[in-house]
Write a protein that binds this ligand. Structure first.
Ligand code: ADP
Ligand code: VHF
Length: 369
């Protein structure tokens, strides 16, 4: 089957820590240089490229005298703070050889789920591409807390691909594709194409290969592939060494064909990049209104709430049978919910003021799960 690479006008390329750094910690300049050559070639062919690069923490280890990824969040953040600058410096120098300019974009979960932040992220990436800049995206590790981290750049890359309306996502790792079992297993075979996600049912995935550098292993790559293909974006998973071949449309690695169609972008972030800060329980009528009519959640259908959420936080909407029906950005603090339960908007407005006539979750801020 023809590879979708050469038809792609805009590609998101994600590269993992293990492909950029040495086992001892620290940037491997030759590997960065080889990757940038591959990206430069793609740009020469007229393809727009967004790079999602891991490696900040790994790059910061050696300068801080550390030999492995620290476990404490603060220490990881310190390493990322040191490493991110070094990494982008390396990319900037290498891209300059190709006459290209690098632009750093550091994202947090909030940046892509809150409407105003999301618009900013989208506008900035759009402008950078329009200006011919090659955006280099990473998670803003130095400010993210464990609760509001993407945690892995594989998922971040899938969401960025969706955000910028990419035609293809290329995931580069230290392994040249998806194998039907961890590659160290005798007899493990590379899967060349995945046309339906059900084909992944028998695949055995293991943890990250190189101890201490990568984070998610194959599991997060498959999550990312799933998010992308279900949203209509094909994925090529291969090794960083194969980057040039993959970007030139050669058959390397594993190709995941798109299975779904494009969805509204911000809602995809809401479903995949947020952790709920609590839950709002709703009655059967509200479940039907949300699922059948795509309606907003009104106070009349709310039966209760739990958790420590504030207005603007993501919450799960839970039906009478305990099943999570949807995730949405709630418009009230958890303390305000009890006085709203089961009441009509008119009643609330008359009783508590015009501000209380608003929906509990607006349908634009809601995604069915
Ligand atoms: N079924 C599988 N197919 C391919 N690789 C696998 C599989 N199961 C586990 N792995 C491991 O996942 C590793 C890649 O994950 P990781 O080290 O997190 O990469 P990165 O740093 O590129 O994100 C590979 O080195 C491989 O050992
Ligand atoms: N944001 C972190 C990387 C997180 C991550 O997903 O790493 P990897 O599994 O190597 O892609 C960093 O730059 O160190």
């Amino acid at each position: 089957m023809r590879r979708p690479v050469l038809d792609a006008k805009r590609i998101v390329v994600k590269v993992g820590s293990s492909s950029l750094t040495t086992a001892a910690g620290g940037i491997d300049p030759e590997r960065v240089s080889a990757l940038v050559d591959a990206l430069g070639e793609a740009r020469k062919r007229g393809t727009e490229v967004v790079l999602v690069s891991s490696g900040a923490i790994a790059a910061g280890l050696a300068p801080l005298g550390l030999t492995k990824r620290p476990r404490a969040l603060a220490a990881q953040q310190a390493a990322a703070s040191v490493g991110q600058g070094l990494l982008v410096h390396r990319y900037t120098e290498e891209l300059a050889r190709h006459g290209l300019t690098a632009g750093q974009v550091l994202l947090t979960v909030d940046d892509v789920t809150r409407r105003s932040h999301y618009r900013n992220a989208l506008a900035t990436l759009g402008k950078l591409l329009e200006l011919g800049v090659l955006p280099i995206v990473n998670e803003n590790d130095t400010v993210a807390t464990s609760e509001i981290r993407f945690g892995d750049n594989d998922r971040l890359a899938a969401l960025v691909a969706h955000l910028v309306h990419a035609d293809l996502l290329v995931l580069l790792s230290d392994v040249d594709g998806l194998y039907d079992a961890p590659p160290t297993t005798p007899g493990a075979r590379r899967i060349e194409e995945v046309t339906a996600l059900s084909e992944l049912d028998g695949v055995v995935v293991g943890k990250a290969g190189k101890a201490g550098v990568g984070t998610g292993g194959m599991v997060t790559k498959l999550d990312a592939a799933r998010i992308a293909v279900e949203a209509g974006i094909p994925v090529v998973l291969t090794s960083a060494e194969e980057a040039a071949a993959a970007l030139a449309g050669e058959s390397t690695g594993t190709l995941f064909h798109a299975t779904g169609r494009r969805q509204r972008t911000r809602l995809l972030w809401l479903a995949h990049a947020t952790e709920p800060a609590g839950s709002v329980t709703i009655d059967a009528g509200a479940v039907r209104a949300l699922t059948d009519r795509g309606a907003s959640l009104l106070a009349a259908g709310v039966t209760g709430a739990s958790g420590g959420f504030h207005a603007g936080d993501p919450v799960d909407l839970v039906g009478p049978d305990g099943a999570v029906v949807a995730r949405g950005l709630v418009a009230y603090d958890v303390d305000e919910i009890p006085q709203l339960v089961g009441r009509s908007s008119q009643e609330l407005e008359a009783d508590l003021g015009a501000a209380y006539a608003r929906e509990v979750v607006h349908r634009d801020d809601l995604v069915l799960l």
